[in-house]
Design a protein around this ligand. Structure first.
Ligand code: BGC
Length: 248
């Protein structure tokens, strides 16, 4: 079965049809730049362009970088335009896509479900945390493979700061941190999350998962196993499609 997945990120809106049996894209993904400010109208236009590029006419799963309740309603908008808050994103996207059925979920939750099914979390029970490092820090918490949605652990307070402002990859770039310096901040963050949740496994996702060799060796003193995500930048697209297949 194939479903279309779209991942809305801080820099790009990307999507492709997904083969749900293999957990992989059936065609090379297509990406447009996220508009700035990332308003509902501008982002919906981007989603339309991505879906239209493939001439897709079936169900569409879409990730959003904020809290999403009921597969539809946006509750927070840390790194996109604040006018998203309380928007019915499912209605907005579905209308812009000429009535196609749409499911919306948090971006890290989407990446997490894809990793648990097809990637680094396959067959892993216990408490698993998938953390995505990008414009912000996203989190997906699994207990025996079941997602606890919308955990928002990127906004824990660390040394008096919103954690993602210190340890996201955007913070690394904006503050021109070396890999080692950034890894120290990530280590502190992981230690804090470990104090609260004692996960058995951390899966590190987002674009940096490709560069794991540059920072994982600098992270020490964490009890949990730490592994890079395997689906890398496609995890959000695959997870979005998985969620739409369930009609959530
Ligand atoms: C948002 C989360 C999102 C994460 C990654 C955070 O700022 O609050 O909902 O998952 O960024 O995009």
């Amino acid at each position: 079965m194939q479903i279309f997945g779209v991942d809305i990120g801080g820099s790009g809106i990307k999507g492709a049809p997904v083969d749900l049996d293999r957990g992989d894209l059936t065609e090379e993904r297509f990406k447009v730049l996220t508009p700035h400010p990332a308003t509902p109208d501008g982002v919906a236009d981007g989603v339309k362009e991505v879906v239209g590029h493939f001439g897709w006419t079936g169900p569409v799963g879409i990730t959003f970088p904020g809290v999403v309740t009921g597969g539809s309603t946006i509750r927070t908008a840390a790194n996109v335009d604040k006018s998203w808050v309380d928007k019915d994103a499912r209605a907005l996207f579905s209308e812009r896509l000429d009535g196609l059925p749409v499911t919306v979920l948090n971006d890290a939750d989407a990446a997490g479900v894809a990793e648990m099914r097809f990637g680094a979390g396959r067959d892993r029970g216990g408490t698993v945390l998938v953390l995505t490092f990008g414009t912000g820090i996203g989190s997906a918490l699994f207990v025996d493979g079941v997602l606890v949605p919308n955990t928002e652990l990127g906004h824990l307070e660390l040394n008096g700061h919103d954690a993602e402002k210190r340890a996201s990859t955007k913070a690394k770039e904006d503050q021109q941190l070396t890999w080692e310096h950034w890894a120290r901040r990530v280590q502190k963050y992981l230690a804090h999350v470990e104090m609260l949740f004692s996960p058995e496994l951390y899966i590190i996702g987002g674009g940096v998962s490709r560069k794991a060799a540059k920072f994982l060796p600098h992270i020490e003193g964490i009890r949990a196993e730490i592994v890079p995500a395997q689906l890398q930048n496609n995890a959000g697209i695959v997870g979005a499609a998985m969620s739409a297949a369930k009609g959530e």
